[in-house]
Write a protein that binds this ligand. Structure first.
Ligand SMILES: *[C@@H]1O[C@H](CO)[C@@H](O)[C@H](O)[C@H]1NC(C)=O
Ligand SMILES: *[C@@H]1O[C@H](CO)[C@@H](O)[C@H](O)[C@H]1NC(C)=O
Length: 229
């Protein structure tokens, strides 16, 4: 009897140690990229887009994702197949997600595929800090903290199809948020370089914005288009 309970204790100790190791190993990232996309630049490419089944999104930046990343520029992905996306865990957030995190992929759909992809590929790599509900809720609240479109518009940078300097775009966002963004461009169907995605960085416990430890690779023209939507 004595022997058995000692064994049980030992087993508990081993299991605890094991789960601590798993926990520390699973935080294999140093910060997050919080990425928002301009719908006009998603849709005016050769590939085009489809509006969600709930209708055309607002003319505003939409969330693309919250991506765990490492200081060396690499990133973990698809970290936990035992924790697949479960829409029932975020049913209280889906209304807000439809407006702040709209899908534009084809064929037209309700967004669950996009959100599920973001969770499965990126969210499962930060489960040590954010469970599924917290992952989506955190991204929504980060978007609320900095109104990118308003920051640009106050600096005279409007989504009107004109070209703006990348330096002016960055300083408008830095001025409003306090943090230097990274700008990703893509090409419209005629090959013009345009403002596609804006990256800001968030600390590894997802408590707030930080200056980016490292920026992605890639470059825009010095002057880029900001298409209407
Ligand atoms: C970015 O470019 C640098 C220099 O060319 C290279 O060393 C680095 O591996 C690249 N980073 C990524 C994430 O591709
Ligand atoms: C945009 O077009 C240029 C020139 O045609 C090309 O070099 C560049 O890779 C394209 N950029 C993207 C993001 O597709």
């Amino acid at each position: 009897m004595k022997m058995q309970s000692n064994n049980v204790l030992l087993l508990i100790k081993l299991l605890t140690l094991n789960s601590l190791l798993v926990l520390s190993a699973s935080q294999d990232f140093d910060f997050f990229y919080f990425v928002q996309q301009w719908p006009g630049s998603y849709c005016d490419t050769k590939q085009g887009c489809c509006y969600p089944s709930t209708g055309k999104p607002e003319s505003d930046f939409g969330i693309h994702g919250l991506w765990p990343n490492r200081n060396d520029g690499s990133y973990p992905s698809n970290c936990d197949s035992s924790s697949p996306f479960d829409a029932s865990k975020i049913s209280d957030l889906t209304n807000q997600m439809r407006s702040d995190w709209p899908t534009l992929s084809c064929p037209s759909n309700n967004g669950l595929t996009f959100w599920g992809h973001e969770w499965d590929k990126h969210g499962t790599c930060s489960e040590s800090v954010l469970n599924q509900h917290a992952y989506f809720a955190t991204a929504l609240s980060l978007k609320n903290e900095i109104n990118l479109l308003q920051a640009l518009q106050r600096a005279g940078i409007q989504p009107n199809g004109q070209k703006y300097s990348i330096g002016d775009i960055k300083s408008a966002i830095k001025g409003a948020s306090g943090y230097t963004p990274w700008i990703e461009c893509n090409n419209d169907s005629s090959g013009n370089s345009q403002l596609y995605q804006i990256y800001l960085c968030v600390d590894s416990s997802a408590s707030g914005f930080i200056e980016c430890p490292v920026f992605p690779n890639g470059s825009c023209g010095s002057s880029i288009e900001f298409p209407s939507f």
